[in-house]
Design a protein around this ligand. Structure first.
Ligand code: ADP
Length: 264
């Protein structure tokens, strides 16, 4: 798209619109720079677990060779690091897919109520492991939107998983679905899904950048919890594809509310 605009821009120069072409070159440079940053980020993210794996292989060959207890401990850590790489590659592939589909309008009738129920059911074990109470409130009548069911399930999974992960042990996470005939956010009939946690919240300075790839509000916590830093970037592209909106409200020490607004 950027290259197309660039070429159109050159056409415009011949037609006399010099300003348009300057803007388009800037777009192109920005896109090239973003790609470079992305490749650097991905390399760094992959290298971290890889370095750990290589270090542990070395240790298993050397000092820990005859120590079964140490060997088991190191193998468990290695498994965790390999899992991290696997999640990262999985999320990179998802991001690639959702980006490439962003311009194709989804066209299935999706039962949002059912999709949310399925998501909650599949996340129950994670919630139970973290001693988090997970609830869904929805209108009696199922709520439908035109969309892509798998992608919307991915949106709710990422948001609810984050709420469980960051919300903290022993807390609660509420998903609330509602529908209205006119929602100002999309200027028409819409469905809203709110994911509410009572966790530590997010410092407001981070909110504008939260959906950028690899942006983390709390780097240490995200890595400790096995986050890839791509979950909200994936969410953003899927919501864009659905012509929807994502809102984040958060207060330190109070918790966070992630709201997805989808046109109906
Ligand atoms: P990650 O894989 O790191 O969780 P995401 O893209 O899903 O990446 O989220 C980006 C960052 O936003 C996280 O690293 C975390 O700092 C912050 N975040 C997301 N959801 C929450 C939440 N419910 N509570 C607190 N912080 C959150």
């Amino acid at each position: 798209d950027v290259i197309c605009r660039y070429v159109n821009g050159i056409g415009a120069v011949q037609g006399g619109a010099v300003l348009a072409s300057f803007q388009d070159v800037t777009h192109l440079e920005q896109a090239v720079q973003m790609r470079r940053d992305f490749v650097a980020n991905v390399s760094h993210e992959l290298r971290t677990p890889l370095t750990a794996l290589m270090g542990f292989i070395e240790t298993l060959r050397g000092p820990a060779r005859d120590d079964p207890a140490a060997r088991d401990r190191f193998l468990a850590i290695m498994e965790g690091e390999a899992g991290r790489m696997n999640r990262l590659v999985g999320d990179l592939l998802s991001l690639n897919r959702v980006e490439s589909e962003e311009r194709v309008r989804p066209k299935d009738q999706v039962n949002l109520t059912g999709t949310l129920e399925e998501t909650i059911t599949s996340l129950r074990p994670l919630a139970e492991g973290a001693e988090v109470q997970l609830s869904l409130a929805a209108p009696e009548e199922p709520v439908f939107v035109i969309g892509d069911a798998d992608q919307l399930r991915q949106v709710f999974t990422n948001l609810i998983e984050n709420a469980i992960k960051y919300g903290g042990r022993g807390g609660r996470v509420d998903a609330v679905l509602s529908a209205s005939d006119r929602d100002p956010a999309v200027r028409g009939p819409a469905a809203r899904v709110q994911v509410i946690d009572k966790g530590p919240g997010i410092d407001p300075v981070h909110l504008p950048r939260l959906t950028e790839r690899f942006y983390r509000a709390d780097n240490h916590r995200s890595r400790e919890l096995g986050g890839t830093g791509l979950g909200l970037a994936i969410v953003k592209h899927i919501i864009n594809r659905h012509r929807g909106r994502l809102r984040v409200e958060s207060e330190l020490g109070q918790g966070s509310v992630f709201t997805v607004i989808l046109p109906r």
